[in-house]
Design a protein around this ligand. Sequence first.
Ligand code: AHM
Ligand code: MG
Length: 329
Amino acid sequence: MSEIVTLQTYLERWAGGAPAKTAVAEAVRAIAAAGVGIADLVARGPLEESLAKIRGAEANAGGDTQKELDVVAEERILAALKPTPVAFLASEESEALIPVNPAGRLVVAVDPLDGSSNIDTNVSVGTIYSILPYDAGNHADPKDAVMRPGRDQVAAGFLAYGPATVLVATFGAGTQVFVHDRESGDFLLARAGVEIPAETKEYGVNQSNVRHWDAPMTRYIEDCLAGKEGPRGKDFNMRWVGSMVADAFRIFTRGGVYLYPGDKRKGYESGRLRLIYEANPVAFLTEQAGGGATDGKTRILDITPHHIHQRIPLVFGSKAEVETIAAYY
Ligand code: AHM
Ligand code: MG
């Protein structure tokens, strides 16, 4: 029987006692622990109906409506990070950076609850995180620490609260899948060194937006829809959960591509996903699993953000298919 490796053991081995890595390990452990609490809330489904309620008339920092669970999830993550070496938290739900621990040497960026529109539908939702170094001496404004291209991330990952609560994590040396074991309470390593198949016949996109898309995107999907007889010479399948974490988990399991392009709707010119706490962590995980991530023209991890809550067109998944899509652009 192969060795059972808990998240704790994995993190200790990875950090090897090095202070900088131990700090990252502490932050990831805290986020995972907060995630277990959020998963418990999500699992109560309609028994916690109020969590799916829209908060007053409030919109979050990105201009979306805020649900009760969005805010509760942020509070849980912030509380879990307090005793860790994290200096600041950037969150989808808060306009400005939130101070966490003045002695911290990391910044964490999170989407506390990804897939908010699915909260009351018993469909997977999740938490996405990105971890970057913070140096009080170098970063005059703490915001400078998060306004970095994604290639500077030291770790990233997401939790998906589905039939299983999973943690997909990278520390820059491959992508690992951990599964929360309800019996022991631990996250157990289930798949090490995930490899996304380079080729695929499966794409995920919100096709109801077709009339708003630009020409390259429309042409790509038309060619997929044309199937065997079309220019792609193969029949495609379509899957769209509407929670990026769930779509990403499927891609990490069997390949595929996820697309959220920019479109002509007001506010969607750069798509829907946020660069710093959605696209960057998923791009890091994807590349570490042999896949690709682009905005159509530029590698996601090479884009320098100009705003904490900036959106970015996002295509990620099976490498060859991502390259094909980039070629349409
Ligand atoms: P959220 O963080 O507010 O939940 O928004 C991000 C979500 C993604 O999880 C999902 O893929 C996408 O938005 C769905 O958007 P749409 O409802 O336009 O299809
Ligand atoms: Mg999200």
